[in-house]
Design a protein around this ligand. Structure first.
Ligand SMILES: *Cc1c(COP(=O)(O)O)cnc(C)c1O
Length: 760
């Protein structure tokens, strides 16, 4: 049952000692040049990379030699010259083929990659990965990975601290200790979070049943808990509904409380509850035996309509089914609608359906939208007062690292400048800032180093405010949550074997690029800044002579405040004139005059307000005809699909061209695409967007048609400050030419009369 034995606690002490040695300095100050953190679009830092990589290799060679130095070598000729030649002859042809084939991959580190949520990976991330990978440690068990397990613990602590999960001393004298770990990805992290929330909700039912029915547990009948309404009561006096709505920390502390206030030991609880826990009997038996009200067995998970598909997927995996995921409406900005959330929660309260978890997405996958988390925290308080509790989770798989922009430094060590590097926080809207600050009030957060952490795959992450929560999904002894003891980080998750190298990669990257505004905050602040510039350039790009219009999901400030079409045109003209043509430094100098100059003030206000919540823009093209903007959704979809086809991975006729001779042809720019499907996003949301793009949707026949759009994620901190200045001009030329060609193509195909160009 308990996995503790002398051996594991020895390892535990050993690991603790290593952890101390590895501690990360989250107050680390500025570095001279952040471009030294990446290999670079043209492998500019190749010398640095080569030197560090060689060092990593050498260290491993020496490690092999040093252990039992007198042990024999391979009995082979590999070490003499002819042996080396022979072996090279065997490996080189397939290696050459592999290397040639790899050149057909997407050029992730290019300025032209404006597609998915990633760009280049950090050099320390790569070197840390390779250095540790040569040791091939398995973080499933501490004995198989003493060092890399310690790395995972340290990285987990670092992420928790950045996310606002701190140690919380309790009135009882106990301290709540946060805990985080590395998963293979964000989908798994989300799955674990949902699994833990489910187990947490039903645990009090199991415990109450065990106390009631097991002779060994009888003595625990006096144990008390505090309900979510702040009332202390005997566990056995609570109704099922009250048991299903106990506060998170109360549930996690229950077994300890039994142990401390009654003669029953934690081991006895563990043994007794086995027969009653959801973990062993499943939800069906749980319902039949212990849940008197059918609704109690119909749990709900709330997530916005923009939620990643790992949410419904997780719901099927843990046996709840996708129908238990209530997709909450989103507003025109793609943020969860609080009125709709309240409505769903109130219905659950009325019907006494337990809400296992409410998920806020911070940085939605396709829109970069940030849900109003601060308000969700307040809503949870309102419902607590009415006797309803739920686990509040943040899906920050992509957006979580943006919280590094909030970190404060020792002000004495910082030389304040006026450039974006010193003040990345300036790039955050007040709205987003508030939601990031609210992280600390939540229970669990998904954060993927392999998304905005610029870390190689596979590296996701899950952090718990109360580290005891991890015990809920431990396969053995999933009820007893003692601190210390088991340092097998791999025991608390879905995965089995997992790469210690991933933890090393994140560790080295965080050690070089601290999780504060001088490190990751600086990178991500630049990404938001560049995304605003991208947005400005995109809005200003179509001219009278062009055959297309662009409708961004993220509306211009003037459109948000209800401006007319003429007002919108005027704002675009202003952006085209005052923001787009300026290089970064000119723009900063211009903004710096905002106190004296009204135009500069206006430009700064607009710049602060435009673009995505974080750094993803969703936008759709439509074409102009002789009779005005096209109104047909299918034709518009054709146009956007054609643009995506032109600006995404090209298949190459390898049969025809052969492998080694050609440098593979790639598109001039890489974007991604998706569609607003009314079935996912809701009719109102899609209808509003369609109308803004000029479409007229026939509610009889076209109501269910998705609307295609293009997605650009600006994950490159140097997009607007290359050695040749702002690269956006090049990207806009590509988009312009591609969109004009697509417009022409669609109009020709459907015999639509194009506009008379030159006429305005
Ligand atoms: C990418 C993403 C996920 C899934 O993460 P993977 O690492 O791709 O499994 C989950 N949620 C959000 C919001 C994401 O952007």
């Amino acid at each position: 049952m308990s996995t503790d034995n002398t051996n594991t606690s020895d390892i535990s002490r050993y690991i603790q000692a290593i952890c101390k040695h590895l501690a990360l300095d989250h107050k680390a100050g500025p570095v001279a040049d952040a471009t030294s953190w990446f290999l670079g679009p043209k492998a500019e830092n190749r010398a640095l990379m080569e030197a560090q990589m060689t060092k990593a290799l050498q260290a491993n060679f020496q490690f092999r030699e040093a252990y039992e130095a007198d042990d024999p070598n391979f009995n082979s000729s590999a070490s003499d010259q002819s042996g080396i030649q022979l072996q090279s002859a065997a490996i080189e042809p397939p290696l050459d083929k592999l290397l040639a084939l790899l050149k057909y991959s997407l050029p992730m580190a290019s300025y032209r990659n404006q597609s998915h949520m990633n760009w280049d990976i950090t050099m320390p991330g790569v070197i840390g990965y390779v250095a540790a990978m040569l040791y091939n440690q398995n973080n499933v068990a501490a004995e198989a990975s003493p060092v890399t397990t310690a790395l995972e613990i340290v990285v987990g602590q670092d992420l928790c601290r950045m996310l606002g999960f701190e140690e919380q001393p309790q009135a009882s004298g106990k301290t709540i200790i946060p805990w985080g770990h590395i998963t293979c990805d964000g989908s798994i992290a989300n799955g674990e979070a949902m699994w833990a929330a489910r187990n947490l909700t039903y645990l009090p039912i199991s415990l109450a049943a065990a106390i009631r029915l097991e002779p060994d547990m009888k003595a625990a009948h006096t144990v008390t808990v505090e309900t979510c309404q702040g009332k202390r009561a005997r566990l056995l006096s609570l109704t099922n509904w009250e048991l299903l709505n106990l506060p998170v920390d109360e549930v996690l502390g229950l077994v300890e409380r039994i142990e401390e206030t009654t003669p029953v030991t934690a081991e006895a609880v563990q043994a007794a509850v086995e027969k009653y826990s959801l973990h062993s009997i499943g939800l069906m038996a749980m319902r039949e035996r212990y849940l008197d009200d059918y609704n109690h067995a119909k749990p709900v998970i709330c997530a916005p309509r923009t939620a990643h598909y790992s949410w419904p997927k997780s719901a099927t995996l843990i046996g709840l089914g996708t129908h238990c995921v209530e997709l909450i409406e989103v507003d025109d900005d793609g943020r969860m609608c609080m009125k709709s959330l309240r409505k769903v929660l109130a219905e659950c309260l009325d019907k006494q359906q337990p809400v296992l978890q409410v998920v806020a997405v911070v940085g939605s996958t396709e829109e970069g939208a940030v849900d109003p988390l601060a308000e969700m925290v307040a809503i949870r308080e309102e419902f607590r007062e009415q006797g309803m509790e739920f686990v509040l989770h943040v899906d920050g798989a992509w957006g979580g690292y943006f919280r590094s922009m909030l970190q404060e430094l020792d002000l004495d060590t910082v030389d304040y400048g006026t450039n974006i590097d010193e003040h990345p926080r300036l790039q955050l809207s007040e709205y987003v800032l508030q939601q990031l600050q609210a992280f600390s009030a939540t229970d669990s957060i998904t954060i993927d180093p392999h998304k905005s952490g610029f870390i190689p795959y596979p590296s996701g992450g899950l952090c718990y405010r109360n580290g005891a929560m991890r015990g809920l999904i431990k396969f053995t002894a999933p009820v007893v949550f003692h601190e210390g003891g088991d340092k097998n980080v791999g025991a608390y998750g879905i995965e089995g074997s997992k790469p210690g190298a991933a933890a090393a990669s994140v560790y080295l990257s965080h050690a070089v690029i601290p999780l504060n505004r001088m490190g990751y905050g600086r990178l991500l602040g630049r990404c938001i800044f560049n995304n605003k510039r991208f947005y400005a350039a995109l809005m200003a790009m179509p001219g009278d002579e062009d055959l297309f219009t662009i409708t961004p999901l993220q509306r211009l400030p003037i459109e948000k405040s209800g401006g007319t079409a003429a007002d919108i045109r005027a704002q675009i003209d202003f952006i085209r004139r005052e923001i787009v043509p300026r290089e970064n430094q000119e723009l900063f100098d211009f903004f710096a005059t905002a106190n004296e100059d009204d135009t500069a003030k206006h430009a700064l206000d607009i710049f602060r307000a435009i673009g995505s919540d974080l750094s993803i823009i969703a936008y759709a093209f439509n074409f102009k005809t002789a009779d005005g903007v096209n109104t047909n959704v299918e034709f518009m979809n054709e146009m956007n699909d054609a643009i995506y086809d032109a600006l995404s991975f090209k298949t190459i006729d390898i049969e025809q061209q052969g492998l080694q001779e050609v440098q593979p042809e790639q598109p001039d720019m890489i974007v991604t695409s998706s569609n607003f499907d009314p079935l996912n996003y809701g009719y109102d949301f899609v209808d509003h967007f369609a109308r803004r793009a000029g479409l007229v949707i026939d509610q009889e026949t076209q109501k269910n048609l998705p609307v295609s759009f293009i997605i650009s994620t600006t994950q490159n901190p140097w997009l607007t400050s290359t050695s040749k200045g702002n690269f956006l001009d090049t990207l806009m030329e590509v988009l312009k030419a591609t969109a004009n060609a697509a417009a022409q193509q669609v109009m020709q195909r459907h015999n639509i009369q194009p506009p008379t160009i030159g006429r305005s």
